[in-house]
Design a protein around this ligand. Structure first.
Ligand code: PT1
Length: 290
């Protein structure tokens, strides 16, 4: 099923964020929400997104969990509508097995699990049975608690150990296509996020493609403004681009962003340098067989 990501390892892939949560719409009406979500998906695709990441529960710091039934009600019509119109790979951003299973049946091709298969014991079998790629992300605690004084001895070493253990768990269950993610903003201070970006290349030892998600996150607002007076979300694009460029230079192969067009314009230059001299075809990722 690697065919859904055939350019992985040949250029940087862009995952476009499609939030299907009430706060991302000006109106609560169902039809309006579906229509505006699909319109947003069309825009992300027009801008060149390689993957559309559909999420029905916010996992930003302090966000409350959403019941599975509500999450399903939000994401399934959107996935069906995108799949009807486009062949673009769709990832489902969920830690719930029942949501992942239904999303895959509705046309999603990748599972993006911020809990790295930990929060729902049934998730590993859903992914293994579907034979789809999975994103394993590091998080300290839960979205409700993760920003309450996160402490590490060595943040990158601890993320690497965690991801190594989760890769082994996934492989033991027969999952072959594994993407790893250090989980920027998930139980990390500004200093932790900066250290992750500075030392991201250490995660390459794990032998899996690296995905990074910095887009519009609070550490960008705090670095560009102050801790007490961060830049508003509308002024975080340059920091988002800069952080993703650093991540790609340090080994990230997929970037998860809201602003696909701007990211693609930056990556044209970054990729011309980073992927120069590599064979134009026949490269790409070989998922490790063990
Ligand atoms: C991510 C990610 C994600 N981020 C993956 N999935 C979010 N694989 C949702 C803030 O500090 O990085 N990787 N799914 C969104 N989460 C956050 C976290 C949003 C922190 C905002 C912040 O502002």
């Amino acid at each position: 099923m690697t065919d859904v990501l055939s350019d992985l390892g040949r250029r940087t892939l862009v995952m476009g964020i499609l939030n299907v949560t009430p706060d991302s719409f000006s109106d609560g009406g169902r039809f309006f929400s579906l229509e505006s979500a699909v319109a947003h998906a069309r825009q992300l695709i027009r801008e060149g997104a390689d993957i559309i990441d559909v999420g029905g529960e916010s996992t930003r710091p302090g966000a409350e969990p959403v019941p599975a039934e509500e999450e399903l009600r939000r994401v399934l019509p959107v996935i069906r509508a995108i799949r009807k119109e486009f062949s673009v790979p769709i990832s489902i951003d969920t830690y719930k097995a029942i949501v992942a299973e239904a999303a895959l049946a509705a046309g999603a091709n990748i599972v993006n699990d911020i809990s790295a298969l930990r929060f729902d014991p049934q998730m590993v079998e859903v992914v293994a049975h579907a034979r789809v790629p999975v994103v394993l992300m590091h998080m300290l605690g839960t979205p409700q608690t993760m920003q309450q004084n996160p402490v590490y001895t060595d943040v990158v070493r601890e993320i690497k150990e965690f991801l190594g253990e989760r890769i082994a768990f996934a492989r033991a269950h027969g999952i072959r296509e594994i993407i790893i993610d250090p989980g920027i903003g998930f139980g990390k201070t500004v200093a932790h996020n900066v250290e992750i970006l500075r030392r991201l290349s250490e995660l390459k030892d794990l032998g899996c493609p690296i995905l990074i998600g910095t887009s519009r996150k609070s550490f960008i607002g705090k670095l560009g403004g102050t801790e007490e007076n961060p830049l508003p979300i509308s002024e975080r694009l340059e920091g988002t681009i800069a952080s993703n460029v650093i991540a790609v230079l340090h080994g990230a192969q997929i970037v998860r962003v809201h602003d696909v067009a701007a990211m693609k314009r930056a990556l044209a230059i970054v990729d011309a340098v980073c992927y120069a001299g590599r064979e134009p075809k026949g490269g790409g990722i070989s998922w490790r067989s063990t």
